[in-house]
Design a protein around this ligand. Structure first.
Ligand code: FMN
Length: 434
């Protein structure tokens, strides 16, 4: 497999609404949740040179929210299946949870997506950390066991994708023919799953989707090192990026994998404008008292050990409001988030306003500047081996990123067409032998 490191891998959120931050007019446009808007966004991502579009997913309605954020009426699988019919090259990364689905369903979804899209499916494997009240026994397994179950889930899925052997499908002028003698039963019986039969649909061009993962706990990182081809992460600065990158590549190689076969993509928010001052103004325009208080409440909901509910924005944060590290290390939901928040909240003398403004993107890299300075920073991360690319998750203008930042990255030789002959998403990222 030729999987050199000669180009940036760029993934964009498949939701155009992630890119209207600081843009009041766009946020009021009734057209913004229509499928036409999503199609236009996917097409622009593809023509600009993104390798893939990605739809995150969390399976639960946050009823505590005072005002439920209006959402487009699409979940990831059906949305990206629809977008596959309006695009021809870009990868399609769908989130599915191993806690709330069965492997037979999900393996089948991705085989279907691969057939629908001509080999462009990707699976963001998540273990989920809330939403359990909507499924079966209403329980969320403890973190370590969630990942053990996910590991078994992957073993079943790989087996299902391998079930249709060479010879099971043959093509001729008369059409295609299936031969059941070459289809192997799955016959899997583990601690969590039992699957007897093979899939009932033939494999797509990739056979299995590109596996994407974003674990942050020890268990999550080990899971990513074993299974992921692309890893999403949240690293706010170059040092944190380089440390994460080195750690994950070491975990992968110590398990016998080639470091180039696992691409590390930090989340990126980009605020781009003709001058640095304009970009800064747009970025800071988000920090109204109302938005910051909403953000405070969001933290209280997601990380209830932080006692911030009654705090005013301009009050220094009392030590008693912040949980200890030991306490946070015992959290079974999103453990990494509490630890990240703690590192910001323990800065001496900081007011709530200062902390909320600095942790506003939850530890994801935020670049604010002109197209040139943003492109230069991206190039620096790649050169310093702090990333193999980025997942663009938000900002003020997707148009500006596509039309102004990417051409500079192209001129630097960092964004370029996949190798000649690459037909699938996996081949575009890892080379034609993949
Ligand atoms: C860019 C990015 C995207 C993510 N998307 C999702 C998602 O769609 N659904 C989800 O449940 N978790 C998502 N996560 C969270 C991770 O799957 C994971 O739960 C989290 O990073 C904490 O790691 P841990 O589970 O090992 O504690 C995402 C994380 C990152 C960095």
């Amino acid at each position: 497999m030729s999987a050199g490191r000669d180009r940036l891998i760029l993934v964009a959120f498949a939701d155009p609404n992630a890119f209207y931050q600081g843009d009041q007019a766009a946020q009021r446009d009734p057209h913004r949740f229509t499928i036409d808007n999503f199609v236009a966004h996917a097409k622009l991502a593809e023509s600009a040179g993104f390798d893939a579009i990605f739809k995150p997913d969390f399976l639960g309605l946050d009823t505590l929210k005072a005002d439920v954020r209006p959402r487009a009426g699409f979940e990831p699988l059906t949305l990206l299946a629809a977008l596959s019919q309006h695009t021809s090259r870009v990868g399609l990364i769908v989130t599915e949870s191993t806690s709330y689905t069965e492997p037979y369903n999900v393996a089948r979804y991705f085989t279907s997506l691969d057939n629908l899209s001509g080999g462009r499916g990707g699976w963001n494997v998540v273990t989920s950390y809330y939403g359990e009240e909507n499924f079966s026994d209403g329980k969320l397994l403890p973190l370590a066991e969630r990942y053990r179950k996910a590991d078994e889930y992957m073993r079943v899925a790989y087996k299902l994708w391998e079930g249709w052997k060479e010879g099971s499908v043959s093509w001729s002028e008369a059409g295609h023919r299936f031969d059941g003698d070459f289809i192997e039963e799955t016959d899997f019986a583990g601690d969590y799953f039992r699957v007897r039969q093979a899939l009932d649909i033939p494999p797509g061009p990739q056979r299995r989707p590109v596996i994407v993962q974003a674990g942050a706990s020890e268990e999550g990182l080990d899971f990513a090192a074993r299974h992921a081809e692309i890893v999403f992460t949240a690293t706010p600065d170059l040092d944190a990026g380089a440390a994460f990158y080195g750690d994950l590549k070491r975990r992968a190689t110590s398990g016998g994998r080639d470091a180039n076969h696992i691409k590390v993509l930090p989340g990126l928010n980009a605020f781009v404008a003709p001058t640095a001052q304009q970009a800064d103004d747009i970025y800071h325009s988000q920090f109204t008292d109302r938005n910051l208080l909403k953000y405070r409440d969001k933290i209280v909901r997601e990380a209830p050990l932080f006692k911030l509910a009654e705090l005013d924005l301009d009050e220094p944060i009392p030590a008693g409001a912040i949980p200890g590290e030991d306490e946070l290390n015992r959290v079974e939901r999103r453990r990494s988030r509490g630890l990240l928040l703690r590192s910001y909240f323990t800065r001496p003398g900081a007011t709530l306003r200062q902390v909320l403004s600095s942790v506003y993107e939850f530890g994801h890299l935020t670049l604010i500047g002109t197209p040139q300075t943003v492109a230069d920073e991206i190039a620096l991360w790649f050169e310093r081996e702090a990333s193999d690319g980025f997942v663009l998750k938000g900002g003020n203008s997707f148009d500006a990123f596509a039309h102004e930042v990417i051409p500079i990255l192209r001129a630097k030789g960092l964004v370029k067409e996949p190798a000649a002959g690459a037909k699938t998403f996996r081949q575009a990222v890892f080379g034609v032998e993949a």
